[in-house]
Design a protein around this ligand. Structure first.
Ligand code: PLP
Length: 398
């Protein structure tokens, strides 16, 4: 059986219409199909390959670590150089108060662990999340995500979860003295790139301080330079109590983390011990990749160039068929009059060798999140193909 047939018959499917490109190789901003075609990846594997595919410094770090040791014991027992190095680097790029890291395998696991940590630290049970939120697909993470389509089949979910509107100060009264944690994305991703106001974020922080609720900021999509700061909360001049990270952290290797201050984190290690357990979390190869990836972001100045590249892409995309572009750095939602148009444009762009993608919770927009080191020439090329595709699809719709 060839790979295509195997994919459709022996591998579980997640939708009736997968993109179905058979991958032979990936490098920089391109993914190459087994048919030899080059695809310009304007979504970075959904906000993962911030430093491009297979950055040479990341692959070198991976190879070097593979030659030393891979898994040796579940997280939290042995002292491992790649974990220590990564913890030091994170402490360097994060403000005081976010200097104690726990490494996990994915974004959803980071969200799960952060919620448990907040409940244990505060002794409270109530959780507050935001309408439009996406924090992952496991039961706990799904409980604080808001897309009802993804939830109703799998209820019951976590009790005592309440939703407020994002970026609406009047809803912050939902946070009270019974609240263990508020979880929010610093910029909402899956809701279609929704950017909060500075005043809202500051009031959110203040409300958490007044009530003793911990503020968990989800930077799984926005972290590591995506929005033009190393972390998006820096735009708003606030610091969360717990930060959750994944996706763009390790240059294409599976990696997540939750980060807080030692006093909060210490609750996981007593009464009872082992408050969060993971066998593969903090895998040394992934940690080595993450440490190298942070070096690349810093040494290549990718945070500094992000805004200019994002602005260039936005300006190149101007088209009468687009109703709105929402953007923070290199995180974009491109909106149209209907979901049907979006679906046709995304499919047709793929046929023309440009990868864009949908949002689960915002079908009238497609997402763009190019590698932060994409060349301006590739941005121009991608934007031209997208514009031409919009022309064709709108022409056919008449
Ligand atoms: N939080 C946000 C903001 C995300 O965008 C995602 C994934 O898209 C997650 C959490 C879940 O991460 P993962 O897919 O690694 O579980």
């Amino acid at each position: 059986m060839n790979n295509r047939d195997t994919f459709f018959t022996l591998q579980a499917q997640t939708s009736p219409h997968p993109m179905g490109i058979e991958v032979s190789r990936a490098e920089g901003s391109y993914i190459y199909g087994s048919d030899g075609r080059a695809y310009l990846d304007l979504i970075s594997g959904i906000a993962v390959s911030n430093t491009g595919h297979r950055h040479p410094r990341v692959t070198a770090a991976v190879k070097e670590q593979v030659d030393r040791y891979m898994h040796v014991i579940p997280y939290g027992e042995f002292i491992q150089t790649p974990q220590a190095e990564l913890a030091r680097k994170l402490a360097e790029i994060l403000p005081p108060g976010l200097d104690n890291s726990y490494f996990v395998n994915s974004g959803a696991e980071a969200a799960e662990a952060a919620l448990k940590l907040a409940k244990r630290y505060t002794g409270r049970r109530k959780l507050v999340s935001c309408i439009g939120a996406y924090h992952g697909s496991t039961h706990g993470a799904l409980s604080v995500s808001s897309n009802e389509n993804k939830k109703y089949h799998v209820r019951p979910l976590l009790p005592e979860v309440y939703f407020m509107r994002y970026n609406r100060e009047e809803d912050l009264t939902l946070i009270d003295e019974k609240t263990a944690a508020v979880i929010a994305e610093s910029v909402q991703g899956d809701a279609g790139v929704r950017i909060p106001d500075m005043a809202y974020m500051k009031t959110l922080r203040k409300r958490c301080d007044e009530t003793g609720a911990l503020l968990i900021l989800d930077e799984i999509q926005t972290g590591f330079g995506r929005t033009g700061k190393m972390f998006a909360f820096e735009h708003f001049d606030i610091v969360p109590d717990i930060l959750i990270l994944a996706k763009g952290m390790a240059g294409g290797m599976p990696m997540g983390a939750f980060v807080s201050r030692k006093e909060i984190m210490d609750t996981l290690s007593r009464d009872p011990v082992l408050g969060h357990i993971t066998t593969f979390g903090g895998h040394p190869v992934c940690c080595a990749a993450a440490a190298a990836n942070i070096d690349v972001i810093r040494d290549e100045g990718l945070v500094n160039t992000c805004e200019a590249k994002g602005a260039l892409l936005e300006s190149l995309l101007r088209h009468r068929g687009i109703t709105e572009i929402r953007r923070k750095g290199m995180m974009l939602a491109v909106e149209f009059e209907s979901a049907d148009l979006v679906s046709k444009i995304v499919d047709r762009c793929l046929q023309r060798g440009v990868i864009t993608f949908y949002f689960l919770s915002c079908p009238e927009s497609f997402r763009l999140a190019p590698p932060l080191n994409i060349t301006d020439a590739d941005l121009r090329k991608g934007a031209e193909i997208i514009r031409k595709t919009i022309d064709d699809v709108l022409g056919e719709a008449k």
